[in-house]
Design a binder for this molecule. Structure first.
Ligand code: NAI
Length: 454
């Protein structure tokens, strides 16, 4: 049999593409080596949010006094939290299995490798069997970057150094945790383990945390976590990891910090090795599969979506890229746009942003105006965030009178940012945004409040 489409990898890009393709009537095969849902569902986005939700409830209980409630004998059961996390994953993986079945997608479990191309189509080998597809979508995702720092290899083997996969499954809260890399994974995990009692140190190479996040916002986030007891070592370079300690260099000095466990979260890289890209000549550029705006590779009828193309490396980008691939396969015009993809860090307080930061807008020579408001303009925020120091920053393109960036810190901005993304994506003019009605009282009103300052 020749499949209309073979999808390699069952993460957000792969499973959604397979679902959409099956729904459209394409005879589709999905190959996954581990578990449907990929890193996002099994060892990333969803499990980390499950853990963070428990930590948030625990935090509320511990500090409930400021909301007029007294909780006594509050305790945290990490193993129960992990068990619940596994239940959540199981529910969602089952949901994906059902969706794929409903859309008549054939799922094969095993490691898929591109073997070559014949006149009939692309040949993919899985478990000693060969499958043929007239089209191919590569969605093999990404893996953690493992640096050549002395002691890392041994630590990973011994289980003292963990990546996102292992840390989401540890059965005991470590007394001390050193997080290498103050990016999204590092901060979310630092947040959880700080809440549940570990002594957490974050070692970051740059002079700020949270990568490309607006600098005022990353500073507020860092101050919040310093108040909660996390130690940040910025401008610091890890040089060695020994048994029970991490050695790093800061201002020319060698310093060491105790660590029962170490989390390695210095970034992820596309999975491009061992999948046979060379067998059909797929072009790779700077460690990623090169794709055009339709997510097409240099080889006809071969697409690449999600982390493997390295364009944005976010699960929600992967979903959209998957749809772009399938629409193009179906002959519908569709292209990827990356300027209005929201980004969220699920710390407590949450951070959410979309579009240009002041830094990128300056680099691009855009003539822009900034409004920076305290979240306290929102009644709902004040009611629900005692001692909250959140802000909302809006960037307006002065020439075109449209919003080009929105950056927020405070709860629950993760649920609000899509509205800002919609404004950017549809290029709403500022005067049109002023006519929108926001529900009251909500934290989202902060955007309306900010817009009126332009
Ligand atoms: P990241 O790229 O977000 O952060 C890595 C950090 O490590 C950077 O700040 C970098 O300067 C630092 N670093 C690099 N080498 C270092 C070294 N040797 N010593 C000290 N610091 C060093 O990468 P992260 O956190 O591993 O996340 C990986 C991917 O997962 C990202 O692409 C992200 O988009 C995705 N992700 C997204 C989430 C979300 O949307 N909420 C949550 C978790 C992950």
């Amino acid at each position: 049999m020749i499949y209309d489409l073979i999808v390699l990898g069952g993460g957000p890009a792969g499973y959604l593409a397979a679902e959409r393709a099956g729904h459209a009537g394409l005879n589709t095969l999905l190959i996954e080596k581990r578990s449907l849902g990929g890193v996002c569902l099994n060892e990333g986005c969803v499990p980390s949010k499950t853990l963070l939700h428990s930590a948030k409830i625990y935090d509320y209980a511990l500090y409930s006094k400021k909301y007029g409630i007294t909780c006594e004998s509050v305790s945290f059961d990490h193993q129960a939290v992990i068990a619940r996390k596994n239940k959540v994953i199981k529910t969602l993986v089952t949901g994906i299995q059902m969706q794929l079945k409903k859309n008549k997608v054939t799922v094969v479990e095993g490691y898929g490798k591109i073997l070559g191309k014949t006149r009939e189509g692309y040949e993919i080998g899985v478990n000693d069997k060969t499958y043929i597809g007239s089209r191919l979508l590569i969605a093999t995702g990404s893996a953690p970057v493992i640096p050549p720092i002395p002691g890392v290899k041994e630590g990973l083997e011994k289980g003292t150094i963990l990546t996102n996969r292992e840390i989401l499954d540890i059965q005991k809260v470590p007394e001390s945790l050193v997080v290498i890399g103050g990016g999204v994974i590092g901060l979310e995990m630092a947040s959880y383990f700080n809440s549940v009692g570990s002594k957490v140190t974050v070692i970051e190479m740059l002079d700020h945390i949270a990568g490309n996040t607006d600098r005022d916002i990353s500073n507020i986030l860092m101050k919040n976590y310093e108040r909660k007891g996390i130690v940040f070592q910025l401008h610091s370079k890890v040089t060695e990891i020994r048994k029970g300690e991490v050695v790093y260099e800061k201002d020319g000095q060698k310093i060491s910090v105790q660590a029962e466990k170490v989390l390695l979260s210095i970034g992820r890289k596309p999975v491009i090795e061992g999948i046979g890209l060379e067998n059909i000549g797929i072009e790779v550029q700077r460690g990623r599969i090169r794709v055009d705006e339709r997510c097409k590779t240099n080889i006809p009828e071969v697409y690449a979506a999600g982390d493997v193309n390295g364009r944005s490396m976010l699960a929600h980008t992967a979903y959209r890229e998957a749809e772009v691939c399938i629409n193009n396969i179906l002959g519908k015009k569709d292209i990827m746009r990356y300027h209005a993809i929201p980004a969220v860090i699920y710390t407590n307080p949450e951070v959410a942003s979309v579009g240009e930061t002041e830094e990128t807008a300056k680099q691009k020579g855009i003539d822009f105006q900034v409004v920076n408001l305290t979240m306290k303009y929102s009644g709902r925020y004040v009611a629900e965030n005692e001692d909250g120091d959140g802000i909302c920053k809006l960037l307006l393109d002065k020439k075109y009178k449209k919003l080009i960036g929105v950056h927020m810190i405070g709860n629950p901005v993760s649920e609000i940012i899509f509205g800002a993304a919609l404004m950017l994506e549809t290029e709403l003019k500022i005067d049109d945004i002023k006519e929108l009605v926001f529900p009251h009282p909500t934290v989202s009103e902060i955007i309306r409040e900010g817009i009126f300052n332009f």
